[in-house]
Each structure stands twice: as structure tokens, then as C-alpha cells.
Design a protein around this ligand. Structure first.
Ligand code: SAM
Length: 214
């Protein structure tokens, strides 16, 4: 597993030109979100798609620490897409690395070319009424045999309120987390096959992980 200290040092070096809030989010995100665990699923995959890529910090880690050669991030925020392009500039000659704005509803058809798809802490930002539709949209656009790494915060854990306070401070919203149990039932109903599932609380953040195959 890639060392947490290497992840933190690398991201600090990449975020220098971002505004204060985005810089804090990039620098300290690995302390909240277990990027080290998530990164290992890239494994031998050469093409990685990241839904809701933020400032492109996880894509930069993929570019730096894995052998993936084709990386594609989508984001609803134009500012964050610009951050992502800036943070990942150093890789543009050695890898195919793309960041695009999307409308938060329609997954670009390009996703079909990717063998592994990440969605890290995004679903709880999607309006409650659209969450199942959004997961169905992802499933319908992914290639058969490709993998979705779906990580989010467990609404059934009492610590979910720490995430809500965090989101209120940094995103000015309180989040629409779903429970791990509901997430499992929903992805199964949609058609995903669950390869692996687990929970891990980091500091005060109760994460769940679903490794899913279409
Ligand atoms: C907590 S951040 C996670 C960023 C990145 N995935 C990571 O793990 O570092 C959540 C991201 O979801 C994006 N987002 C918010 N609402 C969304 C929506 N309706 N659809 C897709 N993405 C959304 C936000 O702009 C933000 O970048």
C-alpha cells in the first residue's frame, strides 16, 4: 500500500496555487478519506474514470503512484475542473488525462472505455430524489465487466453527524448520506454484482466501500 506520508507530501506540493479552501481540501483530504486503500484497486487497470473528481487530487495520485495511462475525471464545478487540470499538468505528456464538467445527471458515454470507475464521497452530494436514478445512469453507461469503486459515508453510523458538520463548513450543505445497508440493496437491485464490501471508520468519518462489477 502507498504510504500515507507520501500521499500527503505529494498533494501538498500540487496544491500551492489553489485558493485557501481548495488547498485545505486537497492537502488534508487524505487524513479523512482513505485514499491509500482506494488506490490499490487500480492494480493492473490502465484506464480509470473518476466521477465527482473535485480538484483532481485522487486522479493526481493515480497518475503519480499507479501504472494507469488513461485517466478521466468529471465534475459539476467548473472551478474544480480548472483546479484538476492545473494539479495534473505535470502528467499531460506521459498519460492521457482529461477533466470535463458534467451536469451532475448525465454520465458521459466515454465511461464505456474505462475498466475501473471511482465514485468517492459524491453520492451524498446528489439530491436524495436523484440518487437511485444517478446510480442507474452510471450502471447503464459503464461497460460490461468494468468495476465501480463506490465509497461513501454510512448514514446509519452515529458519526455521520461529523460528516454533516464537515460538509456544512466546506460545502454549505448537510449531505444526503444513505446507510451502508440501503446502498448494498440499491446497487444489487440495479444489477451490480458485489465483489467486496467493508466499512472503516477513519478518525470520525464512518466510511463504507462497495467494489461492484457490471
Ligand atoms: C467530497 S467531494 C469528493 C471529491 C473527490 N471525489 C474526492 O474524493 O476527493 C464531493 C464532490 O462531488 C461533487 N458533486 C456535488 N454535487 C454533485 C452532483 N449532484 N453530482 C455529481 N457530483 C457532485 C462536488 O462538486 C465535489 O467535488
Amino acid at each position: 500500500m502507498i504510504k500515507q506520508s507520501d500521499i500527503l507530501t505529494f498533494l501538498k506540493s500540487k496544491s500551492l496555487n489553489l485558493n485557501l479552501i481548495d488547498r485545505l481540501k486537497v492537502n488534508y483530504r487524505p487524513l479523512i478519506c482513505p485514499f491509500d486503500i482506494l488506490l490499490k484497486y487500480v492494480d493492473q487497470n490502465k484506464s480509470v474514470f473518476d466521477i465527482g473528481c473535485g480538484s483532481g487530487q485522487f486522479c493526481a495520485l493515480i497518475a503519480k503512484f499507479t501504472s494507469a495511462t488513461n485517466i478521466y475525471g468529471i465534475e459539476i464545478s467548473k472551478t474544480l475542473v480548472l483546479n484538476a487540470r492545473a494539479i495534473n499538468k505535470e502528467f499531460k505528456d506521459e498519460k492521457t488525462i482529461t477533466f470535463e464538467v458534467f451536469d451532475g445527471k448525465t454520465i458521459p458515454i466515454e465511461i464505456q472505455k474505462f475498466s475501473i470507475v471511482y465514485m468517492i464521497d459524491v453520492l451524498h452530494h446528489v439530491p436524495k430524489n436523484n440518487q437511485v436514478i444517478f446510480l442507474k445512469e452510471i450502471y447503464s453507461k459503464m461497460a460490461f465487466g468494468s468495476i465501480l469503486i463506490f465509497k461513501d459515508i454510512d448514514a446509519s453510523h452515529p458519526f455521520v453527524y461529523f460528516n454533516k458538520i464537515h460538509d456544512l463548513v466546506f460545502s454549505k450543505e448537510t449531505g444526503n448520506e444513505i446507510s451502508f445497508q440501503f446502498a448494498q440493496k440499491t446497487v444489487k437491485n440495479i444489477g451490480f454484482k458485489t465483489i467486496e464490501k467493508f466499512k472503516k471508520t477513519t478518525f470520525i468519518y464512518p466510511h463504507y466501500f462497495l467494489i461492484l462489477e457490471k
